[in-house]
Ligand binder design. Structure first.
Ligand code: DGY
Length: 320
């Protein structure tokens, strides 16, 4: 039987591209040439499936323009806020993603952001790199220790729970806020707050792990930032849309927020210029899941999901 055609929108790790070529008539983008939204229908002509990425905007008009042949979209990401799932469903397109396999890598990155922001690693690195460091002094770049502090986790999904496990090694007291309380055996002793006011008041360090999308857009706004303890540290390895950038920049300027570590941005790769002027923010280029082993696992999971959906079975990583 002829293998189904799979359009792959981005360059993927070699092992994933090899597997795609083994199992499908894969149209790879090994040059990683940017694909404009209006090119997608032509490139997908005759394709049964698309292996997309968070950089592809699959809103209702983009989905409506796809050829009838496209029955499945797999996204090379756990987040699927770049896909209009209701429109995909209405159009009869099944969607799958890459949960679980990136939770540890993303939680590690969140801990890196927390440590780097709290201990002023970005400022220190810039000092050394620009040859402005004149030697050790007793008062240079004094930061905030994280051990034993209260860590607030917004969104206690898989990544939040991995961060809880890591933060336990720093003897942090974990508080969390989510739409529902976890069963006690999954809480690992973390303290649930149904109310975001008490959650924010407890969060000396706040790490965001909620999904993106309209429902959480600008969750961290000026009012909520004001509820954090003075001198709080914020990390975001989830989605840039969770944060009202102007409000966070203002709080970083005033010192109400001592430092922030950001890996994701609203409208990325554009970064709000206000952040670039601030020393007390550490900025990374969306590296949450960026280890080779993790990216391989994400690719294999997405390909497995696509194959299952094309075969008419419903894999655990199906989202629509
Ligand atoms: C995801 O998976 O949603 C990340 O943002 C990309 O690793």
């Amino acid at each position: 039987m002829e293998k189904p055609v799979l359009l792959v929108t981005r360059r993927l790790p070699p092992a994933v591209e090899a597997r795609a070529a083994r199992d499908f008539q894969a149209r790879l983008n090994s040059e990683d040439r940017p694909i404009a939204g209006n090119e997608l229908p032509r490139l997908a002509t005759g394709a049964a499936a698309i292996l997309a990425a968070p950089t592809d905007r699959l809103d209702a008009p983009a989905l409506a323009a796809l050829p009838e042949s496209v029955r499945v979209i797999g996204t090379f990401s756990v987040g699927f806020d770049h896909i209009d799932c209701a429109a995909a469903k209405a159009r009869g397109i099944a969607v799958c993603n890459t949960p679980e396999v990136l939770s540890v890598a993303t939680a590690e990155l969140a801990m890196l952001l927390i440590l780097a922001a709290a201990r002023r690693a970005g400022e220190g690195e810039r000092l050394v790199r620009t040859a402005r460091w004149s030697g050790w002094t007793p008062t240079q770049l004094l930061g905030i220790g994280v051990s034993g502090r209260r860590l607030g986790i917004l969104g206690m999904g898989r990544i939040g729970r991995e961060l809880t496990r890591i933060a336990r090694g720093f003897e942090m007291e974990i508080h969390y806020h989510d739409i529902a309380r976890l069963p006690p055996e999954r809480e690992q002793g973390a303290i649930f707050h149904a109310d975001d006011r008490s959650f924010l008041a407890a969060s000396e360090i706040l790490s965001l792990h909620a999904p993106g999308g309209a429902g959480t857009r600008h969750w961290l706004n000026a009012e909520r930032i004001a509820l954090l303890p003075k001198g709080a540290v914020i990390a975001n390895a989830a989605r840039g849309t969770l944060v009202d950038d102007a409000a966070l920049i203002s709080a970083l300027r005033s010192g109400h927020v001592a430092a922030a570590g950001l890996d994701v941005y609203e409208g990325e790769p554009r970064v709000h210029p206000g952040y670039l002027e601030l020393e007390n923010v550490v900025l990374l280029p969306h590296l949450g899941s960026a280890t080779l082993a993790t990216r391989d696992a994400m690719g294999f999971l997405a390909l497995d999901g696509i194959a299952a959906l094309l075969n008419g079975t419903s894999p655990p990583n199906r989202v629509v």
